[in-house]
Each structure stands twice: as structure tokens, then as C-alpha cells.
Design a protein around this ligand. Structure first.
Ligand code: ADP
Length: 213
């Protein structure tokens, strides 16, 4: 499903963050990228999402190169460490937002109907009308997950989504994430530096390390 070939990234300051990364994520699988801080996990995720250009190499989805595709045309949902919710919108407005903008936008009423499935899956029905600042970290992360899934993406990318949560909540939410992505069958890449987290959530683990100079 996702095929990363000889991926290389040199940042503008000359730092080579990725030398030559090869990786395959099978369709419907949940793969963790596990490695210490600074080894290049987010760099890979951002290149897959199209938020960052690679220096060399290719990324294919279902055999088709996506390197020249705009992020919004890649059929990806993304969840970040800091949730990145829109503070002035309610939970419901945050979740439906991706459906109500862009060239394929639909009416709010219709979007709300579609969103209901994801609101139920992430168990945020009772906080629908609240603003993000009135929510706990775990609730905010559930909203971010619902928003990432509402367009029914082929691929879900999660960048350290649990790192701002306390230990108990981290375990709970990671189990919820696994259950949700397995129910939907969405191909998922999960970035973490936590070995136990990777072992508990993943079908596959790609182990990364920093080059020792
Ligand atoms: P990880 O997600 O594994 O913590 P990153 O992909 O964020 O690692 O970063 C990999 C390396 O690239 C780090 O050493 C980081 O400092 C460096 N890096 C990240 N972004 C930039 C940038 N915009 N310019 C230069 N170096 C960067």
C-alpha cells in the first residue's frame, strides 16, 4: 500500500536527516516508526503527507508515485502531537471542517450526518458543542482523530499522538486508536519513541536509529 523507496532528505542547512530509507506498509496494517528523538521519524511522516519535499527517493501509494501530488490530493488523515484543533470552533465544527472546505465540499447538514459515525467511534458525542479549550487532553486527541478520519482517508498518519497525555490515558487512548483503525481498516503509520507503546499498538514495527558519528 505505502512503499517508500530510497528516501533521502537533506534540510536546507545541509543536515542529512534521512540517508536512504526503504519501507513498505501493507494495506490495512498499523505500522509504528520507533526510534529515539531526532532519528527522522517525523521527517518521514511529513514527506509521506506531502508537507515536506524529499531530496531523493520516491513514495508510492498502491503502486502510484505521489511525490508530485498536493497534500490534499493524497487521501491522508493526520494527527499531530499538539492536536492542532481550531480553537474558535466547537468539537462538531472541528470534526466536519475537512468536509466543508475545498473543491469537494458538501453542505453542513450532510457533513454532520457523515461525521456522526466518527463521533460515535471516538466517543465524543457528549462534548460535541464544547470548544477545544474546555476539553481534557484525551478528549482533544479524540476530536483530532475523528477529524483526521472524517474524509475516510486511505492512510492515517499519527505523529506521537499520545505524548502530551498522562500515563494512564496514554494506555487507554492507544487501545482506542488500535480498535478504531482496525474497525475502519485504514492503513496507519504511528510515530513513537516509546518501545512499549509500539509493541502494544502495532502490527509491524520499523526500528530506526541515529547514525553514530
Ligand atoms: P524525530 O521525529 O525522530 O524526532 P525529526 O524527523 O523531527 O526526528 O528530525 C530528524 C533530524 O532532522 C533531527 O536531528 C532534527 O534536528 C533535524 N531537523 C528537523 N527539521 C529540520 C529543519 N527544518 N532543518 C534542519 N534540520 C531539521
Amino acid at each position: 500500500m505505502i512503499k517508500i523507496e530510497k528516501l533521502n532528505k537533506v534540510y536546507e542547512n545541509g543536515y542529512e536527516a534521512l540517508k536512504s530509507v526503504d519501507l513498505e506498509v501493507p494495506k490495512g496494517a498499523l505500522m509504528s516508526l520507533l526510534g529515539p528523538s531526532g532519528c527522522g521519524k517525523s521527517t518521514i511522516l511529513n514527506i509521506v503527507a506531502g508537507l515536506l519535499d524529499p531530496t531523493k527517493g520516491d513514495i508510492k501509494f498502491d503502486g502510484e508515485s505521489v511525490i508530485n501530488k498536493h497534500p490534499k490530493d493524497r487521501d491522508i488523515g493526520m494527527v499531530f502531537q499538539n492536536y492542532a484543533l481550531y480553537p474558535h470552533m466547537s468539537v462538531l465544527e472541528n470534526v466536519i471542517f475537512p468536509l466543508t472546505v475545498g473543491s469537494n465540499k458538501i453542505k453542513k447538514q450532510e457533513a454532520v450526518k457523515i461525521a456522526q459515525k466518527y463521533i460515535d467511534l471516538t466517543d465524543i458525542s457528549d462534548i460535541k458543542d464544547k470548544k477545544p479549550k474546555a476539553l481534557s487532553g484525551g478528549q482533544q486527541q479524540r476530536v483530532a482523530i475523528a477529524r483526521a478520519l472524517v474524509q475516510n482517508p486511505k492512510i492515517l498518519l499519527l505523529d506521537e499522538p499520545l505524548s502530551n497525555l498522562d500515563a494512564r490515558l496514554r494506555i487507554k487512548i492507544r487501545e482506542e486508536i488500535r480498535s478504531i483503525v482496525k474497525k475502519l481498516g485504514v492503513t496507519t503509520v504511528f510515530v513513537t519513541h516509546d518501545q512499549e507503546e509500539a509493541l502494544s499498538i502495532s502490527d509491524y514495527i520499523a526500528l530506526m536509529d541515529k547514525e553514530i558519528i
